[in-house]
Design a protein around this ligand. Structure first.
Ligand code: FAD
Length: 456
């Protein structure tokens, strides 16, 4: 736990968010009603919902570096209804009815983020334009079709997720070789760091305290030990996602995986006329190794993907935020998707760590005065808002629709010790990359991918 402040490559978001909120420099208080470790979306939404419900609560957030330093300040800005594990898997942990409620809660959360942000006066360039997914080989078409059909068996209708032919897909985005697509309205594109800044200001305005530059070393019922002393509390919330492995007692709970991003300079109207995305739809291709993009409010393409290696023993370090091979691969993919961008300048390259639980099932827990939430994989922008609201309800002892969702109280098993963890993470990455290349070459669904998914 001896990690000092780190330097990491400036993201597009950092260069365009404006000034960071002024967090008053204050000594670490000896006590608070609730101490939250980590000032990302999970910690900030938890604090905000606590203070909205009970302004008399003394809520303290301690942050190792600065507000929004983690994935919350660097992500792709999809506030989506995506959930990282299938509904049948969710049902296997709970019940089919609970899985359907989880899906509806995620859909509702996309609008909640917009509503809550508006209520708090947060301008984060949010536009709810939905998501378009393209399929560019037969295998991708089959998977896309199966995904839409599966979603409909769980209660989705075409208004939630619809299959599109190539012509209908082109109304959203024009990508060469597109055979088919799907569209869901349940996603908003936003500026992730503006959201973080707005949340921090809202927490401060409502009387919450944030102390930056404090590292929690361990936590237990009623007490958080930090590098600047001990704080006692009525409740503690761990909201450290991709950094959780740094706690010795929780080292194998959440695997940090890097997702990397690039951004272009602002594009011309003529370039946007060729690309599409008229409603600022977020976009992706039906690949196994995830890619994602958004048209930013200032007219750029912000584009990212997985593919960066897992680092031995769940290491998280600013040095991993840049990976020349993966960043170059992202540029090549962007040019492949949008050939009209040849010659367009890439102004930013950055990355960050997201968190993956062993069973890919996110969780919100509050037991014996200790709250823990996260494991969102790459879908934490909206999920963390729901998790924060749920955590606030749990801490206050309220029984609500949120506190009976199937991720509440969920506890999966830990990741394997090294070297198995390294082998499974990097083996999965290599296998899924190979599956994508095979599917592109043959048009047939990859048996490698099917085998790997069974392993999850
Ligand atoms: C490049 C990238 C793109 C992504 N794109 C999307 C997307 O488009 N849509 C989506 O839904 N999700 C996306 N995600 C995932 C999403 O960003 C995360 O799931 C979400 O931000 C997690 O929020 P959090 O508050 O739980 O964690 P974080 O934002 O990581 O915050 C954790 C905070 O805890 C602090 N901290 C850690 N350890 C300590 C300690 N010991 N003491 C004190 N403080 C500590 C950290 O400094 C950090 O600020 C992406 C992630 C990345 C990295």
């Amino acid at each position: 736990m001896s990690h000092g402040p780190e330097r990491h490559p400036a993201s597009l978001w950092r260069d365009t968010a404006g000034a960071a909120p002024t967090v008053p420099t204050a000594p670490l208080p000896p006590h608070a009603d609730v101490v939250i470790i980590g000032a990302g979306y999970t910690g900030l939404w938890t604090a905000l919902h606590l203070l909205r419900a009970d302004p008399t609560l003394d809520v303290l957030i301690i942050e190792r570096t600065s507000v929004g330093f983690g994935a919350s300040g660097r992500n792709g800005g999809w506030a989506s209804a995506l959930f990282p594990t299938s509904l049948s898997r969710v049902a296997s942990f709970s019940s089919p009815e609970a899985a359907r409620r989880m899906r509806r809660a995620m859909i509702g959360t996309v609008d909640d983020v917009a509503t809550w942000a508006a209520e708090e006066g947060i301008d984060c360039d949010l536009t709810k334009g939905g998501t378009v997914t393209v399929a560019r080989n037969r295998a991708q078409v089959d998977t896309l079709w199966a995904d839409v059909a599966e979603a409909h068996t769980w209660g989705d209708t075409d208004d939630d997720l619809s299959f599109l032919d190539a012509h209908a897909t082109a109304a959203h985005v024009r990508i060469p070789g597109t055979l088919a697509g799907s569209y869901t309205p349940h996603c908003a594109a936003l500026h992730p760091l503006k959201l973080v800044h707005g949340l921090a200001l809202a927490v401060l305005r409502r009387g919450g305290r944030i102390v930056e530059g404090v590292t929690a070393l361990s936590y237990a019922r009623g007490v958080v030990s930090t590098d600047r002393g001990v704080v006692t509390c009525g409740a503690v919330v761990r909201a450290t996602e991709g950094f959780t492995a740094r706690f010795d007692d929780h080292h194998r709970e959440i695997m940090p995986i890097y997702s990397l991003m690039i951004a272009t300079e602002p594009l011309s109207d003529a370039q946007w006329a060729e690309i599409g995305l008229p409603r600022r739809e977020t976009f992706t291709e039906q690949r196994h190794v995830v890619i994602y993009g958004q048209r930013t409010a200032d007219g750029r393409l912000a584009f990212g993907g997985r593919g960066a290696p897992y680092h031995w023993d769940s290491d998280v370090d600013a040095a991993h935020d840049a990976h020349p091979r993966v960043h170059t691969g992202l540029e090549q993919t962007l040019h492949e998707l949008f050939p009209s961008l040849a010659g367009v300048r890439i102004t930013h390259r950055w990355g960050g760590a997201l968190g993956i639980p062993r069973d890919y099932m996110p969780f919100v827990r509050f037991e014996d005065g200790i709250g823990e939430a996260g494991g969102y994989v790459g879908d934490g922008v909206a999920s963390a808002a729901l998790a924060g609201r749920t955590m606030a309800d749990l801490i206050r002892g309220e029984s609500t629709d949120a506190t009976t969702l199937p991720w509440v109280g969920h506890r999966g098993r830990d990741w394997e010790p090294e070297p198995v963890r390294w082998l499974e993470a990097n083996g999965m990455l290599a296998g899924l990359g190979l599956a994508d290349r095979r599917e592109a070459a043959t048009g047939r669904p990859s048996r490698i991918a099917a085998a790997l998914y069974r392993f999850l």
